[in-house]
Design a protein around this ligand. Structure first.
Ligand SMILES: Nc1ncnc2c1ncn2[C@@H]1O[C@H](COP(=O)(O)OP(=O)(O)OP(=O)(O)O)[C@@H](O)[C@H]1O
Ligand SMILES: [Mg+2]
Length: 379
């Protein structure tokens, strides 16, 4: 066993003990054990600064520190013991979206392929399961560069489809309590199955799914078990003999982190790319709905000039242009007069803002997405 493996083993041991003590309500001892685990993980990061594991170690460090603070707070207030286990359940309740996020299909530029996948895999089978003698896909994966609408799509699914929607951030399942993530996964699927008993679909949306199932050579504590639990639960859902309307939508901007067993269970894998010229044009129309735009603004021209910008870059740039305009109004206009309004945004404003604010997605990354897409896309 290498020195780093040995250190990791010790960190896991301390963390496991800490979680157990925490569950039993031994705050003081649990704090000390969490502290030891944190120290060792930090030491690992310091000794091997280039290790790819560090990101995961730091996630654990953050969650232990959070728990330490929480326990210290309870100690100082002499609150009744609230164990990590009961905290976990409270958190779980929050996963189910009771309010619809209110994002409509029309708010999403382009992405027709993704919308079609959702129709074919969820809307049609819910309406007419009898037309699908061979079953239908239950797992949909959206992958692609950051800021191009993956999370937005999921929000629109929740608004547009009458379903019970479970929204989960994979990192929070995993980094929560070592050894409990597996139980969280099981509980999540159980709730979803229960919700879909009456024929109304249940959709589990897992954002940043790569952190749940990443390909890692060394894994900390319960991660292997959580991952296996996830695969098992997905098999239960895919079972063609059952007409159960439970669906999983996963989103990731690191599709290459998913390994083969995982990829296979997402029968639909849809690339959500950077917006092309016509998609950008549509975005300009969406984002300028409530802005005052001058007649000289030519969005066609602007769409030609903005190759490489993601949807969120474009939204942020529109916002930045508007903020600059408001600043100008506050400095030179008459903001105290409620009737007074800033001038409209001109083509120059947009040109300026796109000149000083560059795309956030690294062009060289695009090659990786295309390559993965060529190899594994399943639309
Ligand atoms: N196709 C689109 N149509 C309209 N708005 C978009 C689109 N893509 C992105 N946006 C804007 O960018 C914001 C961020 O998009 P979103 O959160 O969906 O990105 P993402 O693909 O999930 O990114 P990440 O991989 O970083 O999670 C959205 O809230 C929206 O304002
Ligand atoms: Mg997202």
């Amino acid at each position: 066993m290498s020195a780093s493996e040995e250190l990791e083993r010790i960190a896991v041991k301390h963390a496991t003990e800490a979680t157990q003590l925490d569950k039993q309500g031994s705050r003081g001892l649990a704090i000390a054990k969490y502290q030891r685990a944190v120290e060792i993980l930090l030491k690992l990061c310091a000794l091997y600064p280039n290790s790819s594991q560090n990101y995961f170690y730091m996630e654990h460090v953050d969650s232990y520190r959070k728990r330490i603070r929480e326990l210290q707070r309870q100690e100082s207030r002499q609150e009744p013991i609230e164990s990590a286990a009961s905290g976990g359940e409270a958190k779980f309740e929050q996963l189910v979206l009771s309010e619809k996020p209110n994002v409509k299909w029309e708010d999403i530029a382009n992405l027709s392929e993704a919308k079609r996948a959702i129709e074919e895999s969820i809307i049609f089978p819910v309406k007419r399961p009898d037309l699908f003698p061979l079953g239908w896909p239950r797992g949909i994966l959206f992958f692609g560069p950051p800021g191009c609408g993956k999370t937005l799509l999921a929000a629109a699914v929740a608004t547009e489809i009458d379903a019970t929607f479970f929204c989960v951030d994979a990192a929070s399942i995993m980094s929560k309590w070592l050894g409990e993530s597996e139980r969280n996964v099981a509980q999540l699927f159980q709730e979803a199955r229960r919700a879909s008993m009456n024929g109304r679909p249940a959709i589990i949306f897992i954002d940043e799914i790569d952190s749940l199932v990443g390909v890692r050579h060394q894994e900390v504590g319960g991660e292997v078990r959580a991952r296996n639990q996830f695969l098992k639960e997905m098999d239960g859902i895919i079972d063609k003999k059952k007409v159960l309307h439970t669906y999983i939508i996963g989103a990731t901007n690191k599709p290459w982190a998913l390994d083969e067993p995982f990829r296979r269970r997402f029968q639909k894998r849809i690339f959500v790319p950077l917006p092309g010229e016509s998609a950008r044009l549509e975005m300009f129309r969406i984002f300028s709905r409530n802005l005052n735009i001058s007649d000289d603004v030519d969005f066609h021209d602007l769409a030609k000039m903005t190759e490489g910008y993601s949807g969120s870059d474009i939204r942020d740039n529109f916002q930045a242009a508007q903020i600059r305009l408001v600043r100008e109004f506050f400095e030179n206009g008459n903001p105290d007069d409620k009737e007074a309004k800033p001038r409209p945004l001109t083509m120059k404003d947009f040109r300026d803002i796109f000149r000083i604010r560059k795309p956030s997605v690294n062009q060289s990354m695009m090659g990786y997405y295309l390559k993965w897409s060529e190899e594994f896309q399943a639309a």
